[in-house]
Design a binder for this molecule. Structure first.
Ligand code: MN
Length: 583
């Protein structure tokens, strides 16, 4: 996508970049400089990305309208969205920064500023900071959810992304969805990663029987003359949130007591100057963890896709998280002297792919893999057009998930309910934008894509939904799993998020009629652990969700789905489509 003169002028207004005689020509450069401007501090630079979800190419990705939380957590980082987000971080509406961090006027700003992220553009940012700072002062880290969940990632078994990480110069990594390739492929990718110079660290995965560590728990690095101890935490709930079969025999969990031991070991035995936690715990959990585990100086968080324009402070710990989908590269400069952090400076570089040129080598690599995958999966084939914005974020409802419900119901027929997982990744398709097969994979390319149809009683359904609601709304982040509420197509309900445990959901209607506890309903589901074979309805063959969607979108052509949520929140504010994305 190229920028027009008008775009440049508009960008100039927001960046204040009218300083040279030829604004239009100079601006592309100016804007790039504006994005990259950073006065280094101290002797250490930490660069980090997280939750790329294998999006090697630039994309649109709107931040959520709502991140509804229990009362105790509302208004804290991790639970601020839209206008409130801009106010909290003092970001002017309509600016590039606002476009990257808030849902407000997303389609309008998307036309103005263009796509976000892209591996080759991230590489440019990282290489330039390294060039300016010196390799010995920089540590490059990734927080996981990196290799899988896009066509190019999933259908190359993560190899495309690992090759890019090697080319870019990543030093350390942790994981989550990456485990869903299964142990064999996962360990192969780790071998590739380590051959390329990037170490995989994780202290919270142990052998189920003997409790032995599976991975190196931490790494000790000399950076800018300081000795840093970096501990890794991969996603603590991987065997619950994703099928257990992929990590059979491995036990996860936060393991905060063991983490404390490693912090102490690093400080006392190895005499490190600072302790850093590279984590895929999620921001709210890491904020709670910082109160429990003593002696962590910095937490580089991931998983919940939050954006922290300024560092969060909990006691003496600094916590930062660099969003998701390649939208940001985080940079934390530290002045580390004699076992103490004396000063710091933090920034999220917005990866505006129109303004940050692609690194040529990285671009070549991405194109090579894109071509390879496209041959088999026809990624660029246009299959329809979006009439409303398609997105998958928000605590309860998103247009994409409703479309999934419609498509699956249309495919099988005779269904009462379709449920989709409340994961936070995907892409955004703007109103009027053509939908390609690649977009469908962006939302659904998982290693266990089958849709299962089964009969469940009203009571069984409610039990599962209450359980999910507790994973999302438990006031103690240690009991949350950092996702959103499951999406239920053809269902309407009310919810009291601060209501009693396992009794938050009210007034459930299925197909417009009140749920009956003893009635059996036909339900289709994907994205969860596969049900036992005898539970699957024998007349309904499991089919990959992306195949169903591609066929449905082709059949419909123009895609228009409801934008009003099917959920009523009884005890917390809940924004609707127009308040964020515009009418
Ligand atoms: Mn994750």
């Amino acid at each position: 996508m190229h920028m027009t003169r008008r775009d440049f002028l508009e960008l100039a207004l927001v960046t204040g970049a009218f300083l040279t005689a030829n604004p239009v020509q100079a601006l592309a450069k100016m804007s790039y400089d504006d994005i990259m401007r950073f006065k280094p501090v101290g002797n250490v630079t930490l660069l980090f990305t997280t939750d790329l979800h294998a999006h090697l190419e630039p994309l649109y990705f709107a931040e959520p309208m709502n991140l509804v939380a229990p009362k105790k957590l509302m208004g804290k980082p991790g639970y601020i969205t839209g206008k409130e987000f801009l106010k909290y971080y003092k970001i002017a509406p309509g600016t590039l920064e606002a476009y990257f961090t808030s849902c407000l006027d997303f389609p309008k700003l998307a036309h103005k500023f263009g796509k976000m992220g892209g591996a080759a553009h991230i590489t440019t940012v990282i290489k330039n900071v390294i060039a300016e700072r010196g390799r010995d002062k920089v540590l490059v880290m990734d927080g996981g959810d990196t290799w899988v969940t896009s066509a190019i990632g999933t259908f190359t078994n993560g190899k495309s992304v690992v090759d890019w990480m090697t080319l870019t110069g990543f030093d350390l990594m942790v994981a989550h969805w990456d485990f869903t390739f299964g142990k064999e492929i996962f360990m192969q990718r780790i071998e590739d990663l380590e051959k390329g110079g990037c170490e995989f660290i994780t202290q919270n995965v142990v052998d189920e029987l003997f409790g032995d560590l599976i991975f190196k728990p931490y790494s000790i690095r000399e950076v800018g003359g300081a000795k840093l101890g970096i501990i890794g935490n991969s996603f603590p709930y991987t065997p619950i949130a994703n099928p257990k079969q992929f990590v059979e025999g491995w036990s996860f969990g936060v393991r905060e007591e063991q983490m404390q031991q490693f912090v102490d070991e690093l400080r006392q035995k190895h005499k490190v100057d600072a302790v850093i936690l590279l984590s895929h715990d999620g921001l709210p959990l890491d904020m709670a963890l910082a109160e429990k585990v003593k002696g962590i100086d910095v937490i580089i968080s991931g998983h919940t896709h939050d954006v922290t324009p300024t560092a969060v402070r909990v006691g003496k710990t600094l916590i930062v998280i660099a969003g998701s989908h390649g939208k940001f590269v985080g940079r934390l400069d530290l002045d580390v002297q004699k076992g103490k952090i004396r000063d710091f400076k933090f920034k999220l570089y917005p990866v505006a792919s129109n303004l940050i040129p692609a690194d040529k080598e990285a671009q070549k690599l991405v194109e090579k893999y894109k071509k390879e995958v496209t041959k088999k999966y026809k990624l660029d084939e246009v299959i329809g057009e979006a009439e409303v914005m398609l997105y998958k974020r928000d605590t309860f409802f998103s247009t994409w998930d409703w479309l999934v419900g419609e498509a699956i119901s249309d495919y099988y027929g005779g269904l009462d309910i379709v449920t989709s997982p409340g994961y936070r990744w995907g892409t955004t398709v703007l109103p009027g934008q053509k939908i390609t097969r690649d977009h469908v994979y962006d939302y659904t390319a998982i290693t266990y894509p089958l849709v299962y149809v089964m009969k469940r009683t009203g009571e069984q359904l409610l039990t599962v939904w209450e359980d999910v609601a507790d994973n999302v709304f438990n006031p103690d982040p240690f009991y949350q799993q950092g996702g959103d509420m499951s999406r239920m197509w053809n269902v309407e309900y009310s919810i009291e998020v601060n209501g009693p445990q396992y009794n938050r959901i009210r007034e459930v209607k299925i197909g417009g009629k009140p749920l009956k506890k003893d009635k059996e309903y036909m339900m289709a589901v994907y994205g969860g652990p596969p049900p036992p074979p005898d539970m699957v309805h024998p007349d309904y063959k499991p089919v990959p969700v992306y195949d169903i969607l591609i066929d449905y979108i082709k059949k419909k052509g123009k895609i228009k789905v409801r934008t009003e949520p099917n959920v009523k929140v009884l005890d917390a504010p809940y924004k609707v489509y127009d308040q964020c994305y515009g009418g």
